[in-house]
Design a protein around this ligand. Structure first.
Ligand SMILES: Nc1ncnc2c1ncn2[C@@H]1O[C@H](COP(=O)(O)OP(=O)(O)OP(=O)(O)O)[C@@H](O)[C@H]1O
Ligand SMILES: [Mg+2]
Length: 235
C-alpha cells in the first residue's frame, strides 16, 4: 500500500470554448496521504470542481502528472480511467445523483454491478453500508420517498460500498439545511475515523472546519494549504 494516495504535479486544465481558452487549473501541485481529511475551498470559478474531476479520474489534465495510488493516470485511456475510478474512488455530489426508479438499497449497490459482483454478494455489501449510514429502515424507499439528508446518506452509502481508498465529495451539504448538514458531517467524521481518505469541496467555513487540512484555490492556483489547527491541536 502506498502512503501517498494522491500525487499531483503541476497539473493544468484548459477548456476551449469557441475562440476562448479558459485556464481552469494553472499548475496545481499537491500530495495527499492515506487517511487525510482535506477540505478544498475558494471562490466560485476558482477550479475546485475541475480539480475534483481530475482527482476523481473523471477527466484528464491538459498538462502535468497525476499519480493515484501509484498509477500514473494522467495519460490513461477512458476505459482504464473508468476501471481505476470504480476501484479507488467513491463520489458524493451536491445533488445526490441517485437513480429515481431504484430503491435506496439498489442505488447503494450500483457500483457493485460495474464491479461484476454476484447478486447475493451485492445485497450483503449493500445492506452493510446502509447500516453504516443508519438507513436500514429506508432500504425499500425510492429517492422521492426520502428526505434530502436521507438521500445524501444513500449517496454516501453508494460511495462507500466498493470500499474505495478515497471519498470525494463536491459540496455534499450544499442542498441541505444546517441541521441535516451536521448529520452528514458527523457521518463523514465516522468514515474518516474508520480509515478512509476524504476530500471535500465546500463554500462554508463551518463545514471546512471538520477537515484536518484546508486548501484554498484562487484563479486555478493553490493560494494556501494549511493544517487546521483547531483539529490538529485537539488531537
Ligand atoms: N466543461 C467546461 N467547459 C468550459 N469551461 C469550464 C468547464 N468546466 C468549468 N469551466 C470553467 O472553469 C473554471 C473553473 O470551474 P470550476 O467548476 O472548477 O469552478 P468551482 O471552483 O468549482 O466553482 P463553483 O464554486 O461555482 O462550483 C470556471 O471559469 C468555469 O467557467
Ligand atoms: Mg464547483
Amino acid at each position: 500500500m502506498q502512503n501517498l494516495v494522491i500525487e499531483i504535479d503541476k497539473i493544468t486544465k484548459f477548456y476551449h470554448v469557441g475562440t476562448e481558452t479558459v485556464k481552469a487549473l494553472q499548475g496545481v501541485s499537491l500530495s495527499i496521504k492515506r487517511g487525510e481529511y482535506v477540505a478544498i475551498m475558494g471562490p466560485s470559478g476558482s477550479g475546485k470542481s475541475t480539480l475534483m474531476n481530475m482527482i476523481g479520474a473523471l477527466d484528464t489534465p491538459t498538462g502535468g502528472r497525476y499519480v493515484l495510488n501509484g498509477t500514473d493516470v494522467s495519460r490513461l485511456s477512458d476505459d482504464s480511467l473508468a476501471e481505476i475510478r470504480n476501484k479507488e474512488i467513491g463520489f458524493v455530489f451536491q445533488t445526490f445523483n441517485l437513480l429515481p426508479r431504484y430503491t435506496a438499497l439498489e442505488n447503494a449497490m450500483l457500483p457493485l454491478i460495474y464491479a461484476g459482483l454476484p447478486k447475493n454478494e451485492r445485497i450483503k455489501l449493500g445492506k452493510e453500508v446502509m447500516e453504516k449510514v443508519a438507513l436500514t429502515d429506508r432500504m425499500e424507499h425510492r429517492p422521492n420517498e426520502m428526505s434530502g439528508g436521507q438521500r445524501q446518506r444513500v449517496a454516501v452509502a453508494r460511495a462507500l460500498v466498493n470500499n474505495p481508498s478515497i471519498i470525494l465529495a463536491d459540496e455534499p451539504t450544499g442542498n441541505l439545511d444546517s441541521k441535516t448538514s451536521v448529520d452528514i458531517m458527523r457521518l463523514f467524521n465516522q468514515i474518516h475515523q474508520s480509515g478512509n481518505t476524504i476530500i471535500l469541496v465546500t463554500h462554508e467555513e463551518e463545514i471546512a472546519q471538520h477537515a484536518h487540512r484546508i486548501i484554498r484555490l484562487r484563479d486555478g492556483l493553490i493560494e494556501s494549504d494549511t493544517m487546521n489547527e483547531k483539529i490538529t491541536i485537539s488531537n
